[in-house]
Design a protein around this ligand. Structure first.
Ligand code: HBI
Ligand code: FE
Length: 307
């Protein structure tokens, strides 16, 4: 596997943060809530083939590594039948399971719009797909990352409730200068989360499951820390946007995730955090539940920039 594959999705995600808080212009063809028509029938055979190629790559590594809820979600939504999914058809299946729908957007949307969609059980997904020569590198999250990475987990009722709660929390957070801390929670759970199962650790984070190399690295490499989930700890922790994570946080259950989000009063936390991070990505704290003390060998030899 070439090393660019390793970073493909990491790069795709960097813009989440660099665009955060920025105002950007809504394209003329988008509705007030930034949704657009998916125009499914306009996808070319080559575009469907890009999806299939990426899908096949991931299926080499995800069985036995991805969370059962993710793998079940793929089949429940018939994402395994080939080609870019039709959002309307997929949403009808998804809505019957958890009440969620997938709506098409042109790319990144402003934070308030993003949170409002989540709070109303709509997942905004880019409708475009990367070009065949960009399989390993793309700037903005495309339909493959957004749908393959995020949507299968939305078939799990508890995880789906967490996403809704996150959106509601996001709308409330707009009154505080706290987006950075709330974004860290999204990053370390929705994008890069691991979960404990009776069979061992499994991946549920969309940023991991859409990257073949990080799927292996996050679970099996000696380099990164693996630390038990603790909401406030995560929100105080900086993260890598340009390379594999130096720390992965591990939940016991989706219920733990959901409960900790709805049972926490975020306002005093935001006030205390001042929109800043207290911990570096690789830090280990005395209060941590340490599952694996990372060697940080990968990061220390220069990460993806290593010779
Ligand atoms: N827009 N399309 C899209 N996808 C996202 O994940 C996204 C976004 N806008 C803002 C945003 N994420 C951030 O506010 C969160 O990741 C915190
Ligand atoms: Fe994502």
């Amino acid at each position: 596997m070439n090393s660019f594959v390793i970073v493909q999705d990491i790069f795709r995600l960097t813009c989440y943060i660099s665009c955060m808080g920025n105002q950007f212009d809504k394209p003329a063809h988008a509705a007030d809530d930034w949704t657009i028509d998916q125009r499914w029938s306009d996808y070319t055979a080559d575009e469907h083939k890009v999806w299939d190629t990426l899908y096949e790559r991931l299926m080499q590594v995800l069985p036995g590594r991805a969370a059962p809820e993710f793998l079940n979600g793929l089949t429940a939504l018939k994402l395994d039948r080939g080609g870019i999914p039709n959002f309307e058809e997929m949403s009808d299946e998804l809505e019957a399971l958890t009440g969620w729908r997938v709506v098409a957007v042109p790319g990144l949307v402003p934070d308030d719009v993003f949170f409002d969609h989540l709070a109303n059980c709509r997942f905004p997904a880019g409708n475009f797909i990367r070009k065949p020569d960009q399989l390993d590198y793309i700037q903005e999250p495309d339909v493959f990352h957004d749908v393959f990475g995020h949507v299968p987990m939305l078939t799990d009722p508890v995880f789906a409730n967490y996403m809704k709660a996150y959106g509601e929390g996001g709308l409330r957070s707009l009154r505080h200068a706290s987006l950075k801390n709330l974004a860290a929670l999204y990053w370390y759970t929705v994008e890069f989360g691991l979960i404990k199962t009776d069979q061992g650790l499994r991946i549920y984070g969309a940023g991991i499951v859409s990257s073949p190399a990080e799927s292996v690295f996050s679970l099996e490499d000696e380099s990164p820390n693996r630390i038990g989930f603790e909401l406030e700890r995560l929100m105080r922790t900086d993260y890598r946007i340009d390379d594999f994570q130096q720390t992965y946080f591990v939940i016991d259950s989706y219920d733990q995730l959901f409960r900790s989000t709805v049972d926490t009063d975020f306002a005093p936390l935001y006030a205390d955090m001042h929109g800043k991070f207290d911990h570096k990505p690789e830090d280990i704290l005395p209060s941590d539940t340490l599952l694996h003390r990372g060697t940080q060998a990968y990061a220390d030899r220069g990460g993806r920039f290593a010779a």
